[in-house]
Design a protein around this ligand. Structure first.
Ligand SMILES: [Zn+2]
Length: 265
């Protein structure tokens, strides 16, 4: 891609990443995404347009509100940079026709949904229906234009991913008497399937269970140390670690590296 193309893709990623910060903050609070405009959560002072420029605004303010001086989380510019990076990595090149443009749109929509799901789940332990079902609808409407899979495979993968997680969650609850999978995780598997097919489902399940277990155990060891008290294995299982970020990670690995095709799935 040319220098100008790269610049435009990164700029688009930064601007949409800035919008994702609004989505991540407001969607779980049931607030409007457009009104009121950006304001400091501490002193309510409106953010001036030039301080709202992705990453640069944060740097100009040196990470503090212009009115009250409260610290602005470095997560804001990080989300903007992450979105720009993933947009740049998943750029397919100038679209030759409408279907290529829709294929690109699909990929970027999934990236946007994935980043939102990750941070909302980290903050609130939920995956909003707007993201899972809304994403599922967009994925279904555009599945004819996917650049890797046929529409039927995507629809089947979506139903299979949702169904498998639904049954697994039901079984887990029957056997252990505890809720293992949240409804948000189950719905989001359907979204992954309609965007990434069976490869996405397998990658999400395999990669999320491995990385989720490793991080879960490390987190449990750390928590045990902090407490100093003995923490049983039961305690490890009950630690509330959001599962959505791991599912997103697995799905993105499939999107960028097509892991499922290496291992013959
Ligand atoms: Zn302020």
């Amino acid at each position: 891609m040319s220098g100008l193309e790269r610049f435009l893709v990164i700029a688009l990623g930064l601007v949409l990443g800035s919008f994702l910060n609004v989505v991540i903050h407001r969607l779980p609070r049931d607030e409007s995404l457009v009104h009121p405009g950006s304001h400091c959560p501490a002193c309510q002072a409106p953010v001036r347009w030039f301080h709202n420029i992705p990453v640069l605004g944060y740097l100009a303010l040196r990470g503090r509100c212009a009115s009250c001086g409260v610290r602005i989380s470095p997560r804001y510019p990080l989300v903007e940079l992450l979105t720009a990076l993933l947009f740049s990595f998943s750029y397919l090149g100038l679209p030759a026709d409408l279907s290529a443009a829709v294929a690109q749109f699909r990929i970027w929509i999934f990236v946007l949904i994935g980043i939102s799901v990750t941070f909302i789940d980290l903050d609130h332990r939920i995956i909003p229906h707007t993201l899972s079902f809304g994403g599922w609808g967009v994925g279904l409407l555009t599945c004819m234009a996917d650049y890797r899979h046929g529409p039927w495979e995507l629809v089947l993968a979506s139903v299979a991913g949702f169904g498998f997680f639904f049954l697994f969650g039901l079984l887990y609850e029957k056997i252990t008497g505890r809720v293992g999978l949240g409804g948000g995780d189950v719905n989001f598997m359907g979204t992954i399937g309609v965007f990434l097919g069976f490869g996405g489902i397998w990658s999400a399940i395999l990669i999320s269970s491995v990385t989720g277990s490793v991080i879960g155990i490390l987190f449990a060891l750390w928590a045990k140390r902090q407490e100093g008290a003995s923490s049983s294995e039961d305690g490890v299982l009950r630690l509330k670690i959001p599962y959505g970020p791991f599912l997103v990670f697995g799905a993105l690995v499939e999107l960028f590296f097509g892991v499922s095709s290496w291992i013959g799935l």
